[in-house]
Design a binder for this molecule. Structure first.
Ligand SMILES: NC(=O)c1ccc[n+]([C@@H]2O[C@H](COP(=O)([O-])OP(=O)(O)OC[C@H]3O[C@@H](n4cnc5c(N)ncnc54)[C@H](O)[C@@H]3O)[C@@H](O)[C@H]2O)c1
Length: 250
């Protein structure tokens, strides 16, 4: 077990990529806190994790609210005395190009996708520093690395911000043995995306850009997160790791 005795908090862990990460961390022995705005789905996710033998708990959290972060991290420390792994995974995408996007929609995306990880890191760092280190994993996207032609500007700029937030934290806090890396996945095979890709044109677009010829699976992404969280990744710091079948290779 690669995460024995480790304590992890996964934002947006109720479903999708975050839940796959929570399951994978649990499989490897971690205690997992699922932090999400969706309490009903989050509680069901916790039940599934417990059914698989994982110590898990739901923490209500809106990543955009500072008071929520203070309370959520305080709760984890009270219960588990430490926090070794933070996964800033929660994210939203208002699928509108720049000409159609309202300023309010833009604010909402920045609140969740950028302010969320920023505040999460702010409240987690003191705990990790006191505990001798930790691993922070931020969910960016291939859209944080390239100007992705199928993705709206607002989303790409939030994910670009996450990639550089990651590197700055890595540079400043490495001396405290806190590592900070991002994962930059290409389109992942989720129910939401599957719905969008029922349109054969869009399916052709999306698969056409991937040298390996398929979408990312949730498990592809979860295993990358495990690597960054685990002792095997002990010298990996400040990396933007594409899990993209080669989308950003050309
Ligand atoms: N699905 C993809 O193709 C893909 C590709 C690259 C990157 N990503 C990124 O991966 C992350 C997860 O994506 P997903 O596809 O699993 O999404 P999803 O919509 O399936 O799940 C997102 C989760 O985040 C939660 N959430 C939303 N807003 C929140 C908030 N303010 N506070 C706390 N929790 C909140 C939701 O309740 C949900 O449980 C996102 O950051 C996304 O941008 C996704």
């Amino acid at each position: 077990m690669r995460l024995r005795d480790q304590v992890a908090l996964v934002t947006g862990g109720a479903q999708g990529i975050g839940f796959a990460i929570a399951q994978t961390f649990g499989r490897e022995g971690a205690t997992v806190y699922i932090a999400d705005v969706n309490e009903a789905v989050g509680l069901a996710a916790v039940e599934t994790l417990r059914g698989a033998g994982t110590q898990a708990e739901f923490v209500p959290l809106n990543v955009a609210l500072e008071a929520d972060w203070e309370r959520a991290v305080g709760h984890v420390v009270e219960r588990s005395a430490k926090l070794d792994i933070l996964v800033n995974n929660a994210g939203i995408n208002v699928r509108k190009v720049i000409e159609d996007m309202s300023a309010d929609e833009l604010d909402r995306m920045y609140d969740v996708n950028v302010k969320g990880p920023f505040l999460g890191i702010k409240y987690t760092l003191p705990v990790m520093k006191q505990n001798g280190g930790g691993s922070i994993i931020n969910m960016s996207s291939v859209c944080g690395l390239i100007g992705h032609m199928f993705t709206p500007e607002a989303y790409t700029t939030t994910k670009g911000a996450v990639a550089l937030l990651t590197k700055t934290v890595a540079a400043r806090y490495g001396k405290f043995n806190v590592r900070c890396n991002s994962i930059n996945p290409s389109t992942a095979d989720t129910p939401l995306v599957r719905e969008m890709l029922k349109d054969p044109e869009r399916m052709k677009e999306r698969l056409g850009e991937v040298p390996l010829g398929r979408m990312a699976s949730l498990q592809d992404i979860a295993e990358a997160a495990l690597y960054l969280a685990s002792p095997e990744g002990a010298f990996i710091n400040g990396v933007a790791l594409p899990v993209d079948g080669g989308v950003t290779a050309y």
